[in-house]
Write a protein that binds this ligand. Structure first.
Ligand SMILES: [Zn+2]
Length: 83
């Protein structure tokens, strides 16, 4: 998995998560809130624990651009992450 794929995966989890949370508050569908909450939690966990600067380990915001703003390292979005 590359940084780009992790970012895409987290967005794929976060967007329907937000939609389901919103639906559960407007229409009476309590299950949507639970599923939405799980999707949001999974998306946020990827954001917090996986999407980090490979050089300094700093947390990167969503769509951080080409360079890490903490250490200036050029972020390679297509390089597989080493764990
Ligand atoms: Zn960095």
């Amino acid at each position: 998995m590359t940084l780009r794929r992790w970012t895409i995966l987290s967005v794929i989890l976060l967007v329907p998560g937000f939609v389901l949370q919103f639906l559960s508050r407007t229409v009476f569908v309590p299950e949507a809130g639970v599923i939405g909450g799980l999707l949001l939690a999974a998306g946020l966990a990827i954001q917090l624990f996986v999407i980090r600067c490979p050089e300094c380990g700093a947390h990167l915001p969503l769509f951080p651009g080409e360079y890490c703003k903490y250490c200036g390292n050029r972020l390679d979005w297509d390089k597989p992450l080493r764990r």
